[in-house]
Design a protein around this ligand. Structure first.
Ligand SMILES: Cc1cc2nc3c(=O)[nH]c(=O)nc-3n(C[C@H](O)[C@H](O)[C@H](O)COP(=O)(O)OP(=O)(O)OC[C@H]3O[C@@H](n4cnc5c(N)ncnc54)[C@H](O)[C@@H]3O)c2cc1C
Length: 430
């Protein structure tokens, strides 16, 4: 059975984000140094960095700005991956793994720096992000993670139950690992503002312009859209979970997983003073992740991944996530959700983001596993360096071969969520 994501207009961010800068579909032919496919945080960041270095750039986006994960995500800027830590990355990629770990650890600050530098209007708050422990035994895991990130110099702090409870406004957790450089934004607002800044820097950005073909002709890469063509030396595919069949084999390298987001009505100020009182964002240690933050108007932004999501998803979500909010934050009780929307995560079996040199002058970034918003921004800047010829040792991305994620890929999209049932079993074990 085919699963569909909601339209972008279902997201609360569509009602609350600053208006998008004017963009049009590509009509006719353009010639640029670098073509970027995908107008999310990775692609737009690469475009801005390329303009800062004097390269000409055209961005092709199939839908509207932020049509992919960047416009519909939860909005958390998180300076870690979900499963892998610096030692895992170093063991896997050596020096390049350490550069990637440092990039990840600094990604939230890069992200908020660009917000501040360009006065982006996106309700950005760098109030910190916490991973609270849902079982006492998960504190050991968090301690190990703390040691590794602290060794790299990434600001982070282990909190005992009392300190974590104070920051969370909840006694449900047993402690937590806090990263003060994390935070949250209105993600569609951020993406639109990043496009505004890239356009002002001289990038060309074409929306409703799917790249349908890519081929080499007379030593140049030529990308075709329904209304035009882009001729270029270098291409960056920044399509993550929304990767289509444009480049053979790339789509098969990720498993799209549908994830749901939800927003409550704005909560009374008295409640907001008790729950997440300093405005932090949090996502806990469960595979069936519990995550929460306040948006700019005091709505709780949360959500879930459902197993078997094609059966009564919205009613089940309202019930399940409502109960979850009441359990963790009894002062809120079971809230009414005004908005429920969804988008695709790009999962990969090894839980590491994948960066590829697909051919001479063709780069790709996919497989962020639900942690690519701030990291996508930071990685976009590295892809821009690579696109302009920086040697690998100066780029904080390990470039790897493209591999199919799983056999029988066509079946994975609807059924990936069934894997949730498997992973959830570990949430109740130490
Ligand atoms: C519901 C949800 C919640 C999430 N929450 C968080 C979070 O809180 N924090 C976090 O760090 N991460 C989160 N993520 C993940 C995060 O959103 C992504 O990792 C990140 O946005 C990836 O950015 P990107 O620019 O690489 O890709 P995207 O933002 O997905 O952009 C890819 C774009 O490529 C376009 N495209 C694809 N093919 C073509 C083509 N052939 N031609 C032209 N355009 C094309 C698509 O239309 C799309 O707009 C979440 C994701 C989802 C779906």
């Amino acid at each position: 059975m085919r699963l569909e994501q909601s339209p972008l207009s279902a997201a609360i961010w569509h009602s609350t984000a600053i208006a998008a800068p004017a963009t049009e579909p590509l009509a006719g032919s353009v010639s640029v140094d670098v073509a970027v496919v995908g107008a999310g945080s990775t692609g737009l960041s690469a475009a801005l960095a390329l303009r800062e270095k004097g390269a000409s750039v055209a961005v092709l986006e199939a839908g509207e700005l932020g049509e992919g994960g960047s416009g519909r995500n939860n909005g958390m800027a998180i300076p870690t991956l979900s499963k892998l830590d610096p030692d895992d990355l170093i063991a896997r990629y050596g020096d390049a793994g350490e550069r990637l770990a440092r990039l990840i650890g600094g990604a939230a600050t890069q992200f908020f720096d660009v917000v501040r530098a360009h006065d982006m209007q996106c309700d950005a708050v760098q109030t910190g992000w916490m991973a609270p422990a849902h079982r006492p035994a998960r504190l050991d895991l968090l301690e190990r993670r703390h040691a590794q990130w602290a060794k790299l110099g990434v600001p982070c702090e282990m909190l005992d139950k009392a300190a974590a409870s104070e920051k969370l406004g909840s006694t449900w957790y047993h402690g937590g690992l806090f990263f003060p450089e994390g935070g949250h934004v209105n993600p569609l607002g951020f993406t639109r503002e990043l496009a505004r800044v890239a356009l002002a820097a001289g990038a060309q950005v074409f929306t409703r312009s799917p790249a349908t073909r890519i081929a080499k002709s007379d030593g140049k890469w030529v990308l075709r859209t329904p209304g035009g063509r882009v001729e270029t030396d270098t291409v960056i595919l920044a399509t993550n979970a929304y990767t289509d069949k444009l480049w053979p084999g790339l789509k098969r390298s990720v498993v799209p997983l549908l994830n749901f987001q939800m927003a409550t009505l704005p909560q009374p100020e008295a409640v907001r003073k008790m729950v997440l009182p300093t405005g932090i964002a949090a996502s806990d240690t469960q595979a069936d992740l519990h995550f929460f933050h306040w948006d700019g108007a005091g709505r709780m932004i949360t959500g879930a991944t459902l197993a078997l999501p094609w059966v009564g998803a919205h009613a089940r979500l309202r019930d399940k996530v409502g109960d979850r909010v009441a359990k963790v934050f009894p002062v809120i009780g079971k809230p009414w959700f005004t908005h429920v929307w969804s988008g695709w995560l790009a999962m990969v079996p090894d839980f590491a983001p994948h960066f590829h040199r697909l051919d001479d002058g063709v780069f790709a970034a996919v497989g962020y596993c639900g942690r690519g918003f701030a990291l996508g921004f930071a990685a976009g800047r590295e892809l821009a360096k690579a696109a302009l010829g920086a040697p690998d040792a100066e780029v904080a991305l390990p470039f790897t071969e493209v591999k199919p994620a799983v056999p029988l890929h066509e079946l994975t999209s609807p059924y990936a969520s069934v894997a949730m049932l498997h992973y959830r079993r570990f949430d109740t074990r130490d």
